[in-house]
Write a protein that binds this ligand. Structure first.
Ligand code: NAI
Length: 411
């Protein structure tokens, strides 16, 4: 494709998702009118695909200058990246399948641009700001973090007294994790697996590693596709919840013997490792939807394999002594590295929270540390979403409010 064709393709993708992001569109209109980000420089490291581009455009419409890098080497869509780079007040440095050096060079370019507000998905920008680029910290007003793993990292930094800037935990907004992590990952991880393998899910033993918000969504959709779902967990409450939701629950070592498709969603490392590969079935398919590519231990798998070859786009076959194991998208998040990521309607809410939180940081002085998304913003996003869906709900009457607040009424 020529550059012109790439730009056209990227813009078509952006236009398509924008038609399905009504809440972000309302915020765009407000931003156009108020220009709340005029004079601010927003530095971002996110998955560079169409929905993210819609967020970047929104921030630029709000008056910000924006620079963005990818947050995963395999999730960038080059046509979207190029289309973004052409737009006013936007620089995009993301490239698909870049090497580790190029990946961090792009992050550095975003920091060279001297942002005063950051948006991360996995805390890469903030990590660099606190290690190699500490000179830039004094000009930072605050940052936003998109995902569970990033917030884990930031809370660890806060606990150790190492976090030197305010960060809003966008992932923890109810209108984010209840929808994005659950319904977004639930649908898009299966979209990635199905379009990559072109195989049937019905009748297979699907093993979901972790029953958090992403795991619940992935298990629910696997069940809807006709799979026999097995969950592995380390948390007794979540294990119990998985069982009561109708799944089988067992340790990975047991699940490894019977699973046909494995999907890890824990945010932890070594969910599938040597001892599991020793017993895994011939033909097993392994995919990950957790943030980093550490959930499937590919070093272990490589060291046990006599050969590794690509057998289809985004599928690597590892030949063990008497079995073959197939890994999708090199163990990177399968919904983005082998698909288009979450549905636009879901990212509408996640990125509405991002845009509103960037405005909140620009308009309020926050103390260093991890902050929740202000409740009124979170509820506001839910209200706008319901309205856009043509749904209205009941209101408490005065009598009901008094009843709920009181303690006198018993029988
Ligand atoms: P969560 O904290 O709600 O759930 C993680 C679950 O994994 C917990 O129930 C935990 O007990 C379990 N777990 C931890 N170690 C385990 C082990 N060794 N074996 C079995 N289970 C284990 O987190 P959430 O929100 O579900 O996110 C999970 C991961 O997915 C994170 O890395 C997050 O950043 C990422 N994520 C990915 C998205 C995508 O587009 N693919 C979207 C949103 C989040």
């Amino acid at each position: 494709m020529s550059d012109t064709e790439m730009i056209e393709s990227g813009n078509m993708k952006i236009d398509w998702v924008l038609n399905h992001m009504p809440v972000l569109n309302i915020i765009r209109e407000q931003f156009e009118k108020d220009k709340p980000l005029a004079g601010h420089r927003v530095g971002m490291a996110l998955h560079v695909e169409a929905k993210t581009a819609a967020l970047v455009e929104t921030l630029a419409i709000g008056g910000a200058e924006v620079a963005i890098a990818g947050c995963n080497p395999l999730s960038t869509q080059d046509d979207v990246s190029l289309a973004l780079h052409q737009k006013n007040n936007i620089q995009c440095f993301a490239k698909y399948d870049c090497c580790t050096e190029e990946y961090y060079e792009a992050i550095d370019k975003v920091l060279d641009f001297k942002p005063d507000i950051t948006i991360d998905d996995g805390a890469d920008l903030i990590f660099k700001l606190h290690t190699e680029r500490t000179d830039l910290l004094p000009m930072i007003l605050g940052g936003c973090e998109e995902t569970t793993t990033g917030i884990h990292r930031l809370k660890s930094m806060e606990r150790d007294g190492a976090l030197k800037m305010p960060v809003i935990a966008v992932n923890d907004a109810m209108t984010k994790f209840l929808f994005d992590n659950r319904y977004g990952t639930g649908q898009s991880a299966w979209d990635g697996i199905m379009r990559t393998t072109n195989l049937l899910v019905a009748g297979k033993n699907v093993v979901i590693g972790g029953y958090g918000w992403c795991g619940k969504g992935a298990a629910m959709r696997a069940s809807g596709l006709g799979a026999n779902v097995i969950v592995t967990e380390i948390d007794p409450i979540r294990a119990l919840e998985a069982r009561m939701d109708g799944n089988q629950v067992m340790p990975m070592r047991e699940a490894a013997k019977i699973g046909d498709i494995f999907l890890t969603t824990t945010g932890n490392k070594d969910i599938l490792k040597r001892e599991d590969f020793e017993v895994i079935k011939d033909g097993a398919i392994l995919a990950n939807a957790g943030h980093f590519n550490v959930e499937i231990n590919l070093e272990d798998l490589k060291s046990m394999a006599s050969s590794v070859k690509t057998v289809r786009n985004n599928i690597k076959e590892y030949t063990l002594k008497d079995r073959r194991v197939f890994v999708l998208a090199d163990g990177r998040l399968v919904n983005l590295a082998a698909g288009d990521g979450h549905p636009a309607e879901v990212m509408d809410m996640s990125f509405a929270n991002q845009a509103l939180c960037v405005r909140y940081i620009a308009e309020n002085k926050l103390a260093n540390g991890v902050h929740p998304v202000p409740l009124e913003l979170d509820i506001g996003v839910a209200e706008m979403k319901l309205k856009s869906m043509g749904i209205s709900i009941d209101k408490l009457s005065e009598e009901q409010t008094a009843y709920m607040d009181g303690w006198e009424c018993g029988t």
